[in-house]
Design a protein around this ligand. Structure first.
Ligand code: ADP
Length: 607
């Protein structure tokens, strides 16, 4: 129970004060609608009583008479009275239905839009974090938390809670209405329905919660496996793991199907139990009425009970099923609630700013300064970088070399603001890297070893995020020329409009890298960081590319991480990194003298 209360609190926390006010208004409207319901039920009860007196050729007396005089139809003929009452009952019931439909539709639209808003805010908040936060979850976990999980909270928990409360209001109003006509019937009905509802709840709610939980987990797992099999088809084929994967996915789908069937079935238990209870209730109440009271009274009570029952039964059913849906949604909302709470404790580090295609960066000086930077990855005991101080001047070509695992990529991520130092400070152009990117978007560029290739054309991949309609042809072809892509593009039937396939499926490793390089140079950057960005190029292409880069040297600060040492032998400065520390720095030949390992590597490469 504590757990469930906790879920309610966590879910409703995502609503603003204004949202809550809106929901309160909805509930007030619901009270009005319930009163309309009660009026309808009372009118039908009156018709019942009137019919009995008509059959017995008596004039109405007592409560019925005073009700008729209240309506101003006491003097009407019996037929006239019945017609007025019947018509009023119909109008009341129909208006109530129409108003309910309008109100529920608005609530659902409101909650749905709120869900979209939450997804969008969460995504923005997540994107403003450093890369270590984003990498803490698998992509499928993040995907689920941003989509299905959000809907579980808004429509699943909050939406169902609203209908649940609305139905509770209706039942309360009807209960008090019937209490006036027949206290015994009201109390015994309330008592027996409460008992049944409580028993069903006890029996089913934990099951629904567990099923929701397991559905969320299995959906994520199964999606992960499916993505793996598509992305890793090569390895999976060669290692003969296709059958393994297919069986694995099949197992997950079957488990999921059982959970889904089970959670669709749960509401039926309640439905059948409650239907039976209503029929038994009607029989019991009419039996009791016929024994203790006269026929007129019995029929009046019966018609009230049936009219009320036609409202009570669906309301109780909806409440029961809504309760189960809430429990299921609680189970599957976990990933989203966790993400919301984790992110709420983090500051925005890299703000989201709109990019403009200016290609000019007044005021930007490509100085990089790291002072006494130490970086620990989350949950790691030893630092990836230790007390590192480094200054790169505007226009310099710096090479970072060292064994793998030395911290080279970590260093690049710190310069790019993808990571923030645990201790010490990183600055680009005198400000934090994230701020430099926000102030001069496009001034800093980066090419990883395996650049992201999006499913689209070559020009879309180069302009990357800028709409192709207003792409700069001049910059596009300049970037293509520098990245040594001209010849390749000339061989393609559709040139820059050629579609490259998801993750660049139709490109070789070297072509993907050159596309990554062209993208990095499209914005006419002032600081470029290449992290093993030319590892898949052949010797000649790489030499041509280095040559092309040196033509930009006047205006470009270059930071190159490379294992192939020919790439960096012309660097102004080389730093040799080992176990997170700078072991040596200086020109290429000076570092060769200082570090034996480095010298023997260079020798092996024929330098
Ligand atoms: P290099 O680029 O020189 O090969 P990295 O900067 O990638 O080295 O890694 C430096 C150290 O940090 C390595 O020991 C590596 O295992 C560790 N490391 C890298 N990324 C992570 C991460 N996301 N979480 C934990 N440790 C990491």
């Amino acid at each position: 129970h504590l757990l469930i209360k906790d879920f309610y609190l966590r879910s409703f926390k995502i609503l603003t004060r204004k949202d809550l006010t809106k929901l309160l208004v909805v509930l007030i409207i619901q009270i009005g609608l319930s009163l309309l319901d009660l009026l309808g039920v009372a009118l039908i009860g009156l018709i019942g009583a009137l019919t009995v007196s008509g059959i017995q050729s008596q004039t109405p007396s007592g409560a019925v008479a005073s009700a008729l005089s209240l309506l101003g139809i006491l003097e009407f003929t019996f037929q006239g009275q019945a017609a007025v009452l019947g018509l009023s009952a119909a109008i009341v019931m129909i208006s109530r239905t129409i108003l309910s439909i309008i109100s529920i539709r608005r609530v659902l639209h409101f909650l749905s839009a709120r869900g979209a808003q939450i997804s969008s805010n969460l995504l923005r908040k997540l994107l403003s974090q450093q890369i270590s936060v984003i990498n803490q979850k698998t992509s499928q976990e993040t995907l689920y938390a941003l989509t299905n999980g959000v809907m579980s909270i808004t429509l699943g928990i909050i939406g169902n809670s609203v209908t649940l409360i609305a139905d509770a209001i209706l039942l309360t109003v009807l209960f008090f209405g019937i209490l006036i006509v027949d206290p015994f019937m009201a109390i015994s009905t309330l008592f027996s329905f409460s008992l049944i509802a409580l028993a069903l709840y006890k029996l089913l709610h934990k099951k629904a919660l567990d099923l929701g939980n397991s559905q969320a987990k299995i959906t994520v797992l199964s999606n992960e496996r499916i993505v793996e099999i598509v992305q890793g088809y090569r390895e999976i084929s060669v290692w003969n793991r296709k059958d393994f994967y297919a069986s694995e996915i099949s197992k997950l789908r079957f488990t999921l199907s059982r959970d889904l069937a089970e959670s669709s079935f749960l509401p039926y238990i309640g439905k059948y139990v409650l239907e039976t209870a209503i029929i038994l209730g009607a029989l019991t109440i009419s039996a009791i009425q016929f024994i203790v009271s006269d026929a007129a009274n019995a029929i009046a009570t019966m018609s009230v009970f049936l009219a009320a029952g036609s409202r009570i039964a669906p309301a109780v059913l909806r409440m029961q099923q809504g309760g189960l849906q809430i429990n299921g949604a609680m189970g599957s909302s976990g990933p989203t609630l966790n993400l919301i709470e984790e992110l709420s404790q983090l500051k925005e580090i890299n703000p989201l700013v709109e990019s403009v295609q200016k290609f000019e960066y007044p005021g930007f000086r490509a100085n990089v300064n790291l002072s006494e930077v130490t970086y620990f990855y989350p949950d790691e005991n030893s630092p990836a970088l230790k007390n590192l101080t480094l200054d790169i001047n505007d226009g310099e070509f710096l090479a970072i070399v060292g064994p793998s695992g030395a911290g080279k990529s970590t260093l690049a991520d710190l310069i790019l603001g993808l990571l923030t130092p645990t201790q010490g400070e990183a600055r680009v152009a005198g400000v934090k890297p994230g701020e430099a990117i926000a102030q001069w978007p496009g001034s800093i560029s980066y090419v990883p070893q395996d650049p992201l290739i999006v499913n689209g054309s070559i020009q879309e991949n180069i302009a990357f995020g800028f709409p192709v309609e207003n792409l700069s042809e001049e910059r596009l072809y300049e970037a293509i020329r520098l990245a040594q892509l001209e010849e390749f593009l000339a061989s393609l039937p559709f040139g820059v409009k050629t579609i490259v396939g998801e993750r660049g499926a139709r490109l070789s490793g070297g072509q993907k890298q050159r596309l990554g390089i062209a993208r990095a140079l499209y914005t006419n950057p002032r600081l470029v960081i290449l992290d093993e960005a030319t590892s898949a190029l052949d010797g000649k292409t790489e030499a041509d590319f280095s040559h092309a880069l040196s033509s930009l040297k006047q205006n470009l600060t270059l930071v190159v991480i490379a294992h192939r040492l020919s790439t960096v032998q012309d660097a102004d400065k080389v730093i040799y990194l080992e176990e997170g520390e700078i072991k040596a720095h200086g020109t290429f030949s000076k570092v060769r003298e200082l570090v034996k390992d480095f010298d023997s590597q260079a020798r092996l490469m024929g330098l």
